[in-house]
Design a protein around this ligand. Structure first.
Ligand code: HEM
Length: 487
């Protein structure tokens, strides 16, 4: 078994190494990709313009090919908890980022850190732990003194190994969802279940139990999606073989998985405190793109003289919703489409390729329309309704964790009231992030547009079309939100 894992890892590494150039550090300055279309892509564009889209009819699609686990989906199975001893100086700091930030000594410790070569990192899981550790240190280094005393340069003993590891993985040199959630967990009791009680984080950031809750609840959302992810293959194969029963059955599983994801998402309310999330945690997830606190980006010393810009960590970088959107045919256009497409560069490259593969397949929605089968149409509609429902639930969460605290922070600053401790955190929260997500988006417009674009794919003539699953009665949060004028 052990040797299986070893060979799986090294073959994964080889593929990932091949892909390492896929993330272009110079993408911001050199739009070369746009100018170097090969003959196939030109043909494809011409055919698309003519309305004869080229569709991938290869079959079958396999999860293994895209390094997606049967049991864990996009989650990294059994992440390593230790690096080879050579990298002890990194791990010693990474394990203490929170304490070092609160004693204002993280930057000093990083200045004293030796510049280590990365060639002793051999397996995919070693690289993932190194990326998690180095990018956590990076967030702490940049944001240690809050939004007003940021830095312009990341020192070479951190930036050089971070960029090397990132290049080998094909991931950006910043903390991303694939680090904090997908590769940052372990079971307390190895034989126990994957439950909140039995899970813990490998590395953490300021915010105590709320950080644990935020990353682990998101992990549970990823886990809840796994049966649906596996059924994507059956949907695609069912369409390929014109098998209506197969597609219907598989779509039903997708629909149930989206519902389970929503149930998991709601656990956020139990495990994450909004004022801690808003006032303390968020800044450490923020990036240096579209962020007024770091308008010039960040120089990665020893890598490139020109500053680089990268978005911060966000679950918009999770491959789950992107996969379901592509399967169902949800089209995101304009700014929100551009934002979501950009987020795909913040995923492990093989997961991004999986999403692209789904989108290259013949349209499921057209299949549903052509078949005009009542049961199939109903199941498709149900699936869309569940996705809309998930997005509504997410909007409620964002309202509670960002919109309401942002409004309260403005009020507190304006009134200069005497403050109790929990409100103090909100008052001190970074103002640059007030109406922005950690991924750098303008929040509510983006989320509502994306939700409405999901509704657009309901089957037009269907009697139950455009009927979202019954909404829960208006909660206090929604009421409060409806009184705000954030947009
Ligand atoms: C306290 C919990 C959460 C908050 C405050 C939150 C906040 C946000 C914000 C502000 C955005 C806009 C993009 C950005 O700039 O980051 C966003 C997008 C997104 N988030 Fe969350 N999020 C939370 C939990 C989750 C979880 C657990 C998931 C599940 C995987 C998730 C999935 C998404 C997706 C897929 C998007 C892209 C928009 C879409 O496809 O609907 N979020 N989130």
């Amino acid at each position: 078994m052990v040797s299986d894992k070893g060979s799986e890892e090294s073959s994964l590494l080889t593929v990932e190494q091949k892909e390492r150039e896929s993330f272009s550090y110079r993408a911001q300055t050199v739009a070369y990709a746009r100018h170097s279309l090969n003959r196939e892509s030109v043909t494809s564009i011409i055919l698309n313009i003519m309305g004869t889209e080229v569709k991938n009819t290869d079959t079958p699609l396999s999860l293994k090919k895209f390094h997606i686990s049967e049991d864990y989906g996009f989650i990294l199975p059994e992440p390593l908890t230790e690096l080879p001893v050579h990298y002890k100086p990194w791990m010693d700091i990474a394990r203490n980022v929170t304490e070092l930030i609160s004693s204002h000594s993280l930057r000093l410790r990083i200045h004293d850190m030796p510049l280590l070569e990365t060639h002793l990192l051999q397996t995919h899981r070693e690289l993932r732990l190194a990326h998690l550790a180095l990018s956590m240190m990076t967030m702490g280094y940049v944001w240690q003194e809050g939004e007003r005393e940021t830095v312009k340069v990341l020192p070479r003993n951190l930036s050089v190994p971070l960029c090397e590891v990132s290049r080998r993985l094909g991931m950006p040199p910043i903390l991303i969802h694939a680090d904090t959630v997908l590769a940052n967990w372990k079971k307390r009791d190895p034989d126990g279940p994957l439950s909140m009680e039995n899970l813990e984080l490998l590395l953490t950031l300021p915010g105590g139990e709320s950080v644990r809750g935020f990353f682990l609840v998101t992990l549970l959302v990823e886990l809840a999606a796994v049966p649906g992810l596996k059924s994507i293959l059956d949907v695609i194969n069912g369409v390929h073989y014109n098998d209506v029963a197969m597609v219907t059955k598989a779509l039903d599983v997708v629909s149930q998985a989206i519902d389970s994801m929503k149930q998991a998402l709601k656990l956020m309310h139990e495990y994450v405190d909004p004022s801690i999330f808003y006032g303390i945690m968020r800044i450490y997830l923020s990036g240096w793109k579209d962020n007024p606190s770091m308008p010039e980006g960040l120089v990665y010393e020893g890598v490139q003289e020109k500053p680089m810009e990268f978005s911060g960590g966000s679950a918009a970088q999770s491959s789950i919703l992107h996969s379901f959107d592509e399967l169902l045919g949800v089209q995101h256009k304009g700014d929100s489409g551009a934002f979501l497409r950009r987020m795909r560069d913040y995923m492990p490259p093989s997961h991004k390729r999986f999403i692209e593969d789904i989108s290259s397949r013949p349209s499921l929605r057209n299949f549903v329309l052509q078949q005009a089968d009542e049961h199939l149409t109903h199941t498709f509609e149900q699936c869309v309704a569940r996705l809309v429902d998930f997005r509504n639930c997410h909007i409620n969460i964002v309202t509670r964790y960002i919109t309401i605290p942002a409004s309260r922070a403005r009020q507190l600053r304006a009134n200069k009231q005497g403050l109790v401790d929990e409100l103090d955190a909100i008052r001190k929260a970074p103002t640059a992030l007030e109406e922005r997500g950690t991924g750098g988006s303008g929040i509510m417009i983006l989320l509502k547009t994306v939700r409405d674009e999901t509704k657009d794919i309901y089957i037009p003539h269907c009697t139950n079309g455009n009927q979202v699953l019954p909404d829960a009665p208006m909660t206090a949060i929604q009421k409060a939100a409806s009184e705000l004028t954030i947009e």
